[in-house]
Write a protein that binds this ligand. Structure first.
Ligand code: ACO
Length: 427
């Protein structure tokens, strides 16, 4: 059986054989299908990239129907159980798990880049106290681009790596400082004796303790949440990082673009939106009416549904279990009862079953973050911190891919034909 697709163009009666590789035809192969020599050639039309592979990638494997997620071949459940976020970041960026020496070297590099220039502290003062931390994160990343001008040398692998380490190291510092500024609290400098998540917790919550010791259960829970959020193949924000990076923009602005995409409530902003929704529902009795309003199209059940998962999101399963550990330390989040009941009702309702709408990663993560003391506005930032390693891995892969060029989709023009300018007096 030949791995080809035979297409007959009924406009001309001509037949074409297009090669199939990895379950795909190349959209550019369609261009040979023409009705006349000066015809542009056939295009594929795919708004929102519902069925278009934009790259070949060896980083993350996702089977949305089976509910499978793997980083570099390793199942997410095993990584969540046995690994650490920093080890996973190494895995994503290098393709293999580190040995003990490599891991120690990697941890040392990240740990020694956690400080940010004092100038950034002054940049923070430019924001109002109530500025959304995601807006600040987007701007901070862009500001770092003005700071590290050598990062523009994106074809130098050493420079690339150096800035990738900087970004992974500084994300928690930037995020925590944005939070501290919003409360008018003094900034806490990184403590390099702590773990990556432990240091972040210290920079967020340390007040007067000379040696802040994060609760080990919460520290581990945050590390697991970071692992779960580290990469998710070609989602909206990763595509933004790749798209902007394809113009050979530096990694800081490429990640600023990715963070901007993540900010949206249909993407990384969903965890915040879930909490707002649960609060609005208010109590278990109000759930049936809320579900009816969703079914009438009056709003969405936030934290449900996914472009690729048509099954339970494997990350949501891990998070649900993690919630029990966290709530044992923090006490139960009162909104949990509403979330559990909402999930139960939605999963047995025809509307959700028919559309294969299941809880996604954001449905329970917000409840954990809130119980740990993070304010709602910080939730998308908590997503962005670990996703930085995924964005950077994807960005590097894109730069090294000889088939990639500047990202530039086609369009089908639907506007007016050529017409003459109408002077103001005649309009
Ligand atoms: N609540 C109610 N109905 C929904 C929901 C939802 N959360 N999600 C999808 N639907 C319905 C749509 O209205 C549509 O119904 P229709 O066929 O009658 O028109 C059908 O299910 C298919 O939905 P689409 O919008 O076509 O699915 P798409 O793949 O474009 O959207 C998305 C995926 C954006 C995640 C969507 O499910 C959604 O908005 N969910 C809520 C927001 C959310 O939780 N986002 C986080 C995603 S995970 C992440 O980014 C980390």
């Amino acid at each position: 059986m030949a791995d080809t697709l035979t297409i007959t163009d009924n406009r001309t009666g001509k037949t074409y054989d297009l090669p199939i590789a990895d379950g795909a035809i190349r959209a550019a192969d369609l261009r040979q299908i023409k009705v006349a020599a000066d015809d542009f050639g056939l295009m594929s039309y795919d708004p929102a990239f519902m069925n278009t592979a934009s790259c070949r990638s060896a980083i993350t494997y996702l089977d949305g129907d089976a509910g499978i997620l793997r980083y570099r071949g390793y199942p997410i459940e095993q990584l969540a159980e046995q690994s650490t976020y920093l080890e996973v970041a190494y895995l994503l960026m290098h393709g293999e798990l580190p040995n003990a020496t490599q891991l120690a070297g990697w941890q040392h590099s990240v740990t020694t880049h956690t400080f940010v220039h004092e100038f950034l502290k002054r940049a923070l003062e430019g924001y109002r106290y109530d500025a959304h931390p995601m807006g600040r994160l987007v701007a901070f990343l862009a500001t770092l681009s003005t700071f590290y001008t050598d990062a523009k040398d994106i074809r130098d692998p050493d420079i690339r790596k150096q800035h990738a380490v900087r970004i992974i190291a500084k994300m928690p510092t930037i995020a925590a400082w944005a939070y501290r500024h919003s409360l008018g609290r003094p900034y806490v400098y990184p403590d390099n004796s702590l773990s990556y998540p432990g240091n972040f917790l210290a920079m967020m919550f340390q007040i007067a303790e000379p040696n802040y010791k994060p609760n080990p259960v919460l520290e581990r829970a945050l590390d697991v949440l970071f692992i779960l959020h580290a990469d998710h193949e070609q989602n909206c924000s990763t595509s933004a990082a790749r798209g902007v990076g394809s113009a050979e923009s530096d990694p800081y602005v490429s990640l600023a673009a990715a963070s901007a995409a993540l900010y949206g409530p249909l993407h990384g902003g969903a965890n915040e939106a879930v909490l707002r929704m649960l609060r609005k529902i208010g109590n278990v009795k109000a759930i049936p009416a809320f579900i009816e309003s969703v079914k009438k199209g009056e709003g969405k059940l936030m934290g449900f549904g996914h472009r690729v998962y048509k099954n339970y999101d494997p990350r949501a399963k891990v998070i649900k279990k993690l919630a029990d550990d966290v709530f044992e330390v923090t006490g139960k989040n009162p909104l949990l009862e509403i979330a559990l009941e909402l999930e139960k009702i939605a999963l047995s309702d025809d509307y959700f079953i028919k559309r294969k709408l299941y809880p996604n990663v954001d449905f329970y993560s917000g409840l954990i973050y809130q119980a740990m003391g993070f304010p709602m506005e910080m939730f998308p930032v908590l997503f962005a911190i670990p996703r930085a390693s995924g964005w950077l891995s994807q960005w590097m892969e894109m730069l090294d891919d000889p088939e990639q060029k500047i990202s530039r989709p086609r369009q089908i023009y639907t506007g007016s034909d050529a017409r003459d300018y109408v002077p103001m007096s005649k309009r």
